[in-house]
Design a protein around this ligand. Structure first.
Ligand SMILES: Nc1ncnc2c1ncn2[C@@H]1O[C@H](COP(=O)(O)OP(=O)(O)OP(=O)(O)O)[C@@H](O)[C@H]1O
Length: 240
């Protein structure tokens, strides 16, 4: 595979926020059709890196290529789905009305609404007002909006935060299904345990990539059986 096949490729990416450099030359490569976990402690730069990938962040050095285009270029608008930590959905509309509204904005076919409702398992709740949904159901509405227009890349910023273990498992299963259908996914989390559900894991620490490996390689290379211990071992190694 040539590097131009990558869904995401950043080269020596540097970003400053509030006058302070928070990403220090990040090299990231997300292969197509893979579920890649972006893991790292709070403040390590995960959201900033995702913002740079979707073109919502001014960068101060390096390059970000997404699906073969420069990040943020208009050609990517419908090809990339992005869910932030504070997703915007309309409380006073139903689930289906929210999806129909965003489908129109995106120019996605109306038939996408039914497809997406099925994909995120919300068809039974299509007529319910968003203000009456649980946290997990709301997360799935945001994810559904990101899936409108059949994007080739999904960038999801901590989609499982605050969800119970069953919902988290269900969401990771949905991510794996999407990856199996050819969609590339970059999913951030600070729950190390979620690492085992990914094809690859990128560990971000203090604004740099500490490791980029498979879950098996993570455990094998650190001689641990638990993702938390593996991360701590890598951090200790980096400090040496
Ligand atoms: N608007 C801002 N102005 C100045 N500094 C910021 C701003 N937003 C974030 N930062 C800083 O940039 C660094 C990276 O933040 P970022 O939100 O990318 O981390 P994160 O890994 O996503 O954290 P979390 O898991 O808590 O969401 C942190 O040191 C943070 O304090």
């Amino acid at each position: 595979m040539t590097s131009s096949d990558a869904a995401i490729e950043t080269t020596t990416l540097r970003v400053r926020r509030g006058g302070v450099e928070v990403l220090h030359g990040v090299e990231l490569r997300v292969p197509p059709g893979q579920l890649v976990g972006l893991l790292g402690p709070s403040g390590s730069g995960k959201s900033t890196l995702m913002r740079a990938i979707v073109g919502a962040q001014r960068i101060d050095g390096g390059e970000v290529r997404v699906l073969g285009e420069r990040a943020g270029s208009p050609a990517l608008r419908r090809r990339v789905g992005y869910v932030t930590q504070a997703p915007s959905v309309y409380d006073d509309l139903t689930v289906a009305q929210n999806l129909a509204y965003f489908a129109r904005i995106l120019g996605a076919p109306r038939s996408d609404v039914a497809r997406v409702l099925d994909e995120v398992d919300l068809a039974p709740l299509a007529g319910r007002l968003v203000s009456r949904l649980s946290g997990g159901q709301l997360t799935r509405v945001s994810l559904g909006i990101a899936l409108l227009g059949s994007p080739r890349l999904l960038v999801l910023d901590e989609p499982t935060v605050g969800l119970d273990p069953v919902l988290r498992r269900d969401l990771w299963r949905l991510f794996a299904r999407l990856a199996a259908s050819g969609v590339s996914l970059l999913v951030s989390s600070h729950v190390m345990d979620e690492a085992r559900r990914c094809d690859r894991i990128v560990l971000l620490y203090q604004g740099s990539v500490l490791a980029d490996l498979t879950p098996e390689e993570l455990l094998r290379s650190t001689g641990t059986t638990d993702a938390d211990d593996a991360f701590l071992a890598l951090v200790a190694g980096a400090g040496r």
